[in-house]
Design a protein around this ligand. Structure first.
Ligand code: MRU
Length: 370
């Protein structure tokens, strides 16, 4: 994506192969700040403390974390230790485990002297494949948007999309997953308007999705998370696109907390609810959504909110009575029956066990052929 006319990615390997540079998402939307990660420790901190976040981006960053570790020590023990540490940073998005398993498969049988270069090359491949995957998701999702835009007798005006959290280019290496159809539709000249859920408690929608859509020139309105049902009931949403952190073998979708409520409202109001899913987010080893570990984050993310005051100073303020307890489950599970379709790089498929098994076979065949 271009930000202020300059191509920008949330993660890139530096040419000297001694560090990666990321957009430090904690500073957005108030400042565009880059951070340099020069060790596996740095990468673990950046993932755990959400300097970067989003399932595909976490996976790619972890792959580079392995490369950084092996640059210092390429022994079997160091490879194993780096992967274990990275795997423990965040539990829910399967892309992290997927990328680490891929790195281990690629590196395990190599001589120690060959490992660091191979690790950088494999991490680059993961990153570049993510870009191509998301663009393909965008093309398949674009067809859904076009169908709505060209429905005979449709009310005049833009196609109205609702999205939750940030499944945008900031959550991936480029394009985003749920935003890829939006960006391609915008490029194709289809008039769009995006309802952006603020996504309490960390406000990824208000801070990140709104920032990146605005920089791309896509019209948007931020709404409180509680507004989605009302908008759908009033006929003001044509389609919902969300991302995902793990899709179970039966088609249940785990995504940012609040996604389930949007799916219920969409189902009740006949609004199509689509999940953008790179096949790296499909976890056939997990039978159903109830088996997915849901990350519980710090209560402070609920009790406090950060922002900029009118004088331009960044502040964090408390929202709750002193000493109040708060719980912070970071993800929820949307049952497969509420999902209109999963938009993958190989096409749009139903959220069903049979369709997902077939999709996994198709994706594996495509990888082998490449
Ligand atoms: O906790 P986060 O911000 O990492 O959660 C991100 C989401 O839930 C995204 O919607 C999901 O990872 C899809 S990213 C393309």
């Amino acid at each position: 994506m271009k930000i202020d006319g300059q191509p920008l990615r949330p993660l890139r390997a530096l040419p000297a192969r001694d560090a990666v540079e990321i957009i430090d998402q904690r500073a957005l939307p108030h400042a565009l700040r880059l951070a340099r990660l020069a060790s596996v420790d740095d990468v673990c901190t950046a993932i755990r403390d959400m300097w970067l976040r989003g399932a595909p981006l976490i996976g790619a960053a972890a792959a580079y974390g392995v490369a950084l570790a092996l640059g210092r020590d390429a022994s079997d023990g160091a490879l194993h230790a780096a992967c274990e540490r990275l795997r423990g940073t965040r539990p829910t998005a399967v892309n992290l485990a997927w990328a680490l398993a891929r790195m281990q498969r690629r590196l395990h049988d190599l001589a120690a002297g060959a490992r660091a270069a191979a690790a950088w090359a494999e991490a680059d491949a993961i990153a570049e494949e993510d870009v191509a995957t998301n663009h393909a998701i965008g093309r398949h999702g674009l067809a859904l948007v076009e169908r709505i835009a060209h429905t005979p007798g449709r009310r005049p005006g833009p196609v109205r999309v609702l999205t939750h959290c940030n499944a945008g280019f900031l959550a991936t290496v480029d394009w985003g997953t749920a935003t890829a159809p939006i960006y391609l539709a915008h490029e194709a000249g289809i008039a769009l308007h995006v309802w952006v859920d603020e996504t309490r408690p960390r406000n990824q929608g208000a801070s990140l999705t709104a920032w990146e859509l605005a920089h791309a020139g896509v019209p948007l309105t931020i709404v409180a998370d509680n507004a989605g049902g009302h908008l759908m009931q009033r006929g003001e949403v044509d389609i919902v696109f969300v991302g995902c952190d793990r899709v179970a073998a039966n088609g249940d979708v785990c995504n940012k907390i609040g996604t389930y409520l949007k799916a219920l409202a969409a189902h009740d109001n006949g609004v199509p609810f689509y999940v953008a899913m790179p096949t790296s987010t499909l976890d056939l080893d997990t039978a159903r959504g109830a088996d997915i570990a849901i990350e519980e984050r710090a209560a402070r993310e609920v009790t406090h909110v950060a922002g900029r005051d009118d004088a331009g100073r960044l502040r964090e303020v408390c929202l709750v009575p002193a000493g109040a307890r708060a719980a912070n489950p970071a993800f929820d599970v949307t049952p497969a029956r509420l999902v209109s379709g999963l938009v993958s790089e190989c096409g749009v498929v139903p959220a069903s066990a049979d369709a997902l098994r077939a999709l996994a076979r198709k994706a594996a065949a495509a990888t082998e052929a490449a």
